[in-house]
Ligand binder design. Structure first.
Ligand code: ATP
Ligand code: MG
Length: 151
């Protein structure tokens, strides 16, 4: 049962520490659980949160824990809007950065698939970035819900 389909939002900020990535994933999952997502939908949302938060920490802030990551989650009817932002180094060439397999940190064994995963797992994806001015990714996904599957 859906507890509520009215508009709602939450926002949270945390230090750019890798241990906070799991917290962010769980916090977002808990917030959207009222939409009664399927395991697949929940798993997709947790994965994109993880990819975007990890990007902010390791690329945006070069793992400097004094950086702050902000997450905003909105619910409008059955659509989840996810915004993940940092005030870090920003991205010089966004089109290049979004290419599958492009990574600026091959030495850290990154695979360059984070943005591609976000684009594929969500219905809408948009990244904004300014060199020296931080990065913001904004994504939307419609949740079908388990209830819809049973009807
Ligand atoms: N928040 C960010 N701040 C600064 N640069 C970023 C940010 N997010 C992504 N980038 C840049 O975009 C590139 C591509 O990001 P993407 O997540 O697709 O790959 P990756 O993080 O390098 O590898 P993977 O996500 O597969 O571990 C990064 O290598 C980095 O140069
Ligand atoms: Mg990444």
């Amino acid at each position: 049962m859906r507890e509520s389909t009215g508009n709602n939002f939450m926002s949270l900020q945390f230090a750019a520490k890798s241990e906070n990535e799991a917290f962010a994933r769980v916090a977002v999952a808990a917030f959207i659980s009222r939409l009664d997502p399927t395991m697949d939908e929940l798993s997709d949302l947790k994965t994109v949160v993880s990819e975007a938060v990890t990007n902010s920490i390791i690329h945006g802030y070069d793992s400097d824990p004094s950086g702050v990551v902000t997450i905003k989650v909105g619910i409008e009817m059955d659509v989840v809007t996810l915004v993940i932002e940092d005030a870090g180094r920003g991205i010089e060439d966004l089109e290049l950065a979004k290419q599958p397999l492009y990574t600026s940190k091959p030495e850290l064994e990154r695979s360059g698939m984070g943005f591609t995963i976000m684009e594929n797992f969500m219905d809408e994806f948009e990244a904004l970035s300014e060199p020296g001015g931080g990065t913001s990714v904004r994504m939307k996904k419609r949740i079908e819900s388990k209830k819809a599957l049973y009807n």
